[in-house]
Write a protein that binds this ligand. Structure first.
Ligand code: EPZ
Length: 417
């Protein structure tokens, strides 16, 4: 088993360069099969989610060529066969192949995407969108069969501004007959990145990044060259690490506008930030003001940064509150932060954090991806040694995390035990 070991309490100084966005990459790779030619995507992060999706492409007989941080995808010889349950279950986002296969072949057979520890993570809105386009959805055991005689544009209202449903419906609609309108669409920057990719292939999508997206179906999607946007959640995680340990820490190759909610909360807490065109420079302080956060869909405070931000709230003088509105079970990091010395209580969907508290190294567990990120941030701040198990969660979403942190002075290693 692999564990992460951190000797904390050290100042971090230097530059961390942000990689391509995981939550764009996991949609771009399935979207690529919609082309009738060959596409190249650069700035792809080397994370386990990328590997898992490339394995699915190979299952489908898609030609995949990897160069450093870029991928060339050619689906000319692909076969629309059932994706194995083992490969489907390696990451939830494999469900984007449902929308892409439906959009390309009018048929998709996929195993139920695994839920995960932060919530049930249903896909009813995805399936409702497919049905609105004319598909029939049935389940056989633990797999879905989604197929359509024809896909025809429709007006689809999302009860929840779901990122996954917005993207999956876009993938199914790009070659449908006529116009599709998605109302109450999610507005995350990753959605804009996917729409840009599809438009570069020849799709006709307008309104991505707003709550109303319009797609005019086309018959042919061609070749293009595309770049993954920087990962705003990776960037936000390291900015929080900088607020805890930076002396100073520069987080480079990011898009500041994608982090407005976090940056304004950090300023409210009294974190001195220098925000450049594509970087943030952050200097730790000895004292922070307590701030309350409430997660929301973009551009609100991102749920994926709620757990790392809680670590900073443990260092604020006074009472802070964090309310989670997106996922039903996203406080599993709390018992481990308390084991490190924090004073956090959770009632319903709100955590109350009393600070400042000195953190001291402990053995902790990464219960999910962003809880794992919170353990890393806390371990870097804590005096002494922190070990983290279940680190495969962390490696799914943070490219070269050991190298990036070591390069700025952290003592962090991965050990086989
Ligand atoms: C995406 O998940 C991200 N994952 C998540 O990041 C992120 O937390 C989430 O968006 C919210 O920003 C990827 O992009 C791969 P949703 P997604 O559909 O698309 C409910 C990380 O740490 N819902 O926007 O699955 C759902 O239960 C991950 O990188 C339905 O009820 O999220 C949730 O309460 C974790 N029915 C809410 O909507 C549906 O059909 C938002 O979910 C779909 C969603």
């Amino acid at each position: 088993m692999k564990i992460m070991e951190i000797e904390g309490g050290r100042d971090l100084k230097g530059t961390i360069r942000i990689s391509g966005a995981k939550n764009a990459t996991v949609a771009l790779i399935p979207a690529a099969i919609l082309t009738d030619e060959e596409v190249t995507i650069c700035n792809i992060p080397e994370i386990t989610d990328t590997e898992a999706l490339c394995d699915i492409l190979k299952d489908l007989n898609v030609n995949v060529k990897r160069a450093s941080e870029s991928i060339i995808i050619n689906p000319k010889e692909m076969k629309n066969i059932e994706i194995t349950e083992e490969h489907s279950r390696r990451l939830r986002a494999s469900y984007y192949f449902m929308g892409a296969l439906l959009g390309k072949y009018k048929k998709a057979i996929m195993y139920f995407p695994g839920g995960c520890s932060i919530g049930a993570r249903p896909i009813d809105l995805h399936l409702k969108g497919f049905e609105a386009l004319g598909a029939k959805v049935r389940s056989e055991g633990n797999k879905y069969i989604v197929e359509a005689e024809d896909l025809t544009g429709a007006n689809i209202y999302l009860d929840i501004a779901s990122v996954g449903a917005t993207i999956n419906i876009m993938l199914a609609a790009v070659k449908a007959k006529g116009k599709t309108v998605i109302d109450n669409a999610a507005k995350e920057p990753e959605i804009v990145n996917i729409a840009t990719f599809l438009n570069n292939m020849g799709a006709k999508i307008t309104g991505a990044g707003t709550s109303t997206i319009q797609i005019i179906g086309v018959d042919y999607l061609g070749s293009c060259f595309h770049e993954v946007i920087p990962d705003r959640i990776e960037a936000g995680t390291y900015i929080i690490v900088g607020a805890l340990c930076g002396n100073p820490l520069k987080i480079d190759n990011l898009i500041p506008e994608h982090l407005d909610a976090l940056l304004s909360k950090l300023e409210e807490a009294g974190v001195p930030l220098e925000v450049g065109a594509d970087y943030v420079l952050v200097q730790k302080q000895d004292d922070y003001k307590p701030v309350n956060i409430k997660t929301a869909v973009y551009p609100g405070f991102p749920t994926d940064l709620q757990q790392p931000f809680t670590v900073l709230q443990t260092q604020s003088s006074g009472k802070s509150k964090t309310t989670e509105t997106i996922w039903e079970n996203r406080f599993m990091h709390v018992p481990y932060l308390n084991a490190l010395g924090a004073d956090i209580t959770v009632k319903n969907q709100t955590a109350t954090i009393i600070g400042p508290r000195k953190l001291v190294g402990q053995d902790v567990v990464a219960t999910d991806l962003r809880a794992g990120a919170a353990m890393v941030a806390a371990g870097l701040k804590a005096e002494g040694k922190t070990t983290i198990t279940n680190i495969e969660h962390i490696l799914r979403g943070y490219e070269q995390i050991i190298e990036k942190l070591t390069d700025v002075g952290a003592k962090i290693t991965i050990k086989e035990i």
